[in-house]
Ligand binder design. Structure first.
Ligand SMILES: O=C(O)CCC(=O)C(=O)O
Ligand SMILES: [Fe+2]
Length: 268
């Protein structure tokens, strides 16, 4: 056996019928790297949300930092981080985001539905996180048709000047629920590699991403999500989305922190 054949049994994606307390605990404890739940919401809600979004123009994430471009409907904190602090411009953007989502006229709030399904069995409950008492954005519809570069997500390092939310997080997950998936490509890849200072040599200048050689020959998981499927990953592992062809790749996404209070706190 060569070192490349060695497999970490805890580095796996687990498919489950729901986000049970046991499965979410496994992800938090490092006993798996991703949880997959098919048909998280009723199909009718998935279709109605997609139909409403298809009628609207998406914005791009900051094009200097996010290239190739990723389209979005809603706001994400990553566009509002300067020198490790959340900028004040985030709050009016969250307000616009609420107005935009309300203007879709959906008879339900898709982010609230996702939170309810994700937190249904979690003893500490789930809610949108707050910063200085103000409620954060609920999440964002993201469309990375040309992929996401290799990156990791960790609010602790991105917002290094203190807690992003009003309480300290002990771990962080990334939630995605897929509304539309392409015929080919669009796979989510997760590598068994976490950031270390030496990785900064691979950072693409001005970008959120890294050159793919940063992950070396680390073992990886490849996921091809289905419409209606929700995936919760440990985003401290480097991950990427492959470019796609065919239908739009649209997912509702938000970050989820496990707070020292035991609550799941989300933000977009
Ligand atoms: O779209 C995906 O599958 C993953 C996107 C991503 O990078 C994240 O949710 O942190
Ligand atoms: Fe990510």
């Amino acid at each position: 056996m060569t070192p490349g054949d060695l497999h970490d049994p805890f580095f796996c994606a687990v498919t489950s019928t729901g986000f049970t307390r046991a499965r979410v605990s496994d992800l938090a404890a490092g006993r798996c790297a991703a949880l997959r739940v098919r048909d998280l919401l009723p199909r009718r809600m998935v279709e109605e949300t997609l139909k409403a979004l298809e009628a609207r123009a998406f914005d791009a994430y900051g094009r200097r930092r996010v290239n190739p471009p990723v389209m979005r409907f809603g706001v994400g904190v990553s566009d509002y981080c300067k020198d490790g602090v959340l900028t004040d411009a985030y709050w009016p953007a969250v307000h616009r985001h609420r107005t935009d989502w309300e203007s879709l006229g959906l008879p339900f709030d898709p982010f609230e539905e996702c939170r309810a399904a994700l937190g249904a069995d979690w003893p500490g409950g789930i809610r949108v996180g707050r910063r200085s008492g103000r409620e954060m954005g609920a999440g964002v519809a993201r469309e990375p048709n040309q992929g996401f570069r290799v990156h990791f997500d960790d609010a602790l390092r991105e917002f290094f000047c203190g807690d992003l939310l009003d309480s300290t997080l002990v771990t962080q997950f990334a939630f995605n629920m897929y509304l539309s998936v392409p015929e080919s490509g669009g796979e989510t890849i997760i590598w068994r590699h976490r950031w270390s200072p030496a990785d900064e040599a691979f950072r693409l200048p001005g970008s959120y991403g890294y050159d793919e050689s940063v992950v070396g020959d680390a073992e990886f998981i490849e996921l091809s999500p289905e419409v209606g499927e929700a995936v919760l990953i440990n985003p401290n592992f480097f991950h990427a989305v492959r470019p796609s062809r065919g239908a739009r790749r649209i997912a509702l996404g938000f970050a989820v922190g496990l707070s020292v209070t035991g609550e799941l706190l989300t933000w977009g």
